[in-house]
Design a protein around this ligand. Structure first.
Ligand SMILES: Nc1nc2c(ncn2[C@@H]2O[C@H](COP(=O)(O)OP(=O)(O)OP(=O)(O)O)[C@@H](O)[C@H]2O)c(=O)[nH]1
Ligand SMILES: [Mg+2]
Length: 407
């Protein structure tokens, strides 16, 4: 890391301090255009703002709006890549040279071959501006060191090659996790450059005044790494397609994921940041819809669930206007369990959306009878009862902070 830059290196992965720091950084840049475009945004929930947000809202999804918001037609946004195999090769060290000093009246000036420069490392660096692994190439070659020169001149070392990856990138070698770049500025040396060779000056000894030996530079390290992006957020929204996850994220934060009345509108995770009254920031991730049998690759499959693996708590979003809405929760939990045992046991709340629709209101009592009174019934479209969700979010976040402090 260069001098003068903020030092995030070594901030424990998943530690509360580091996580909060990452959020602070996130919010710092959240107002800039790039962050807003990529769905990372902030909303401040003071009472005044809340009342505005919770007032009557225009139901999104009108035909004109749909065309404007379609995520699928935006070719750039389609290239969301959350895993990559990459071959990284450190630069080769420069060769040492063998030569002798010679000048008029000093014909045998002794060995003066310089050492080769060392090869450049390849370094992965978590960058807030990078949102997916699509810009990461399949192969990186570090810069080679230069060979040594006459007059004991050492060769120039290869420059460091920085590869920018999104915050939340997990680096694996085989099955082993070797680095977790969960904070902005975190760095990991993916491939070390080779050491430079020794010039013949290095081998000068009392019993050998004119060594001719010099050594070649060493090759750089070569590794095959698997990069996996896992979104960094406090809360993860899980639900069937069309349940209203993106609408809800739009309602509680300034994130702007696409909303439309067809399934699988969302094709990549979006993170919105909710600013609470007590200055807490809660990151909420909206991930693409999960369907029954997602573990068998139905719908978009269940690989997107990797983005909620890091979430401390979950929001199960249920479409209350669908028949037997409680089956959605059962199916979602079973898909989560099939993806990773214990995932459905994370602290969670059940959010019953679309309460503004008459058939949804009728379905609420039977849903509560099955799942308990803790179900939060709200409408992302009209803003009805969003306060209750925000209070629960704050409570869950408070519990998470307390648990982190206990550690
Ligand atoms: N009436 C009503 N409609 C809603 C509400 N929330 C969302 N919708 C509508 O439901 C449809 C789907 O909403 P989205 O927010 O795109 O749903 P999603 O869960 O993100 O869907 P995917 O991205 O496909 O997983 C849209 O037509 C929304 O306008 C609500 O509270 N009430
Ligand atoms: Mg969506």
């Amino acid at each position: 890391m260069r001098a003068g830059e903020p030092c995030w290196l070594g901030a424990g992965s998943g530690s509360h301090g580091a996580f909060e720091a990452s959020l602070r950084r996130t919010s710092d840049c959240a107002w800039d255009r790039g962050a807003l475009d990529s769905g990372l945004a902030v909303a401040c929930f003071s009472q005044a703002v809340l009342s505005q947000l919770c007032g009557p809202r225009q139901v999104p999804g009108t035909p004109q709006e749909k065309t404007a918001l379609r995520e699928k037609t935006d070719t750039e946004k389609r290239h969301f890549v959350d895993h990559r195999r990459v071959l990284v090769c450190g630069g080769r060290g420069g060769d040492g040279v063998s030569c002798f000093h010679s000048e008029p009246r000093k014909e045998f000036g002794g060995p003066d071959g310089g050492d080769g420069g060392s090869g450049g490392h390849v370094i992965l660096r978590a960058d807030q501006q990078v949102k997916s692994l699509s810009s990461v190439l399949s192969r990186y070659q570090g810069a080679h060191g230069e060979a040594g020169g006459r007059k004991n001149c050492s060769g120039r070392s290869g420059t460091l090659l920085y590869v920018r990856v999104p915050v939340g990138t997990l680096v694996k070698e085989g099955k082993e996790v070797v680095a977790d770049l969960s904070c902005p500025g975190d760095e990991y040396i993916a491939a070390l450059g080779g050491a430079g060779g020794k010039g013949n000056r290095f081998f000068l000894a009392n019993d050998n005044r004119a060594p001719v030996t010099c050594t070649p530079g060493e090759p750089g390290q070569q590794r095959v790494l698997f990069l996996e992006l896992k979104t960094v957020a406090h809360a993860g929204m899980v639900g069937f397609p069309n349940a209203g996850k993106s609408s809800l994220l739009r309602a509680i934060s300034n994130a702007r994921p696409a909303v439309a009345s067809y399934p699988f509108t969302t094709l990549k995770p979006h993170v919105g940041i909710v600013h609470c009254e007590d200055h807490q920031q809660i990151a909420v991730a909206d991930i693409p819809g999960i369907v029954r049998g997602a573990h068998q690759n139905r719908g978009l499959g269940s690989t997107f669930l990797r983005h909620i693996e890091r979430c401390r708590f979950l929001l199960f979003i249920v479409d209350l206007s669908e028949p037997e809405p409680w089956t959605q929760v059962e199916d979602l939990k079973s898909e989560l369990e099939k993806y990773e045992a214990g995932l459905s046991e994370r602290p969670h709340v059940i959010v019953a959306n679309k309460i503004d629709l008459p058939q949804a209101r009728a379905a609420l009592p039977p849903l509560r009878a099955r799942l308990g009174r803790s179900v939060i019934a709200l409408s992302a479209a009209t803003g009805e009862n969003l306060e209750e969700l925000l209070l629960h979010l704050q409570e869950l976040h408070g519990q998470h902070v307390a648990a982190e402090l206990r550690w």
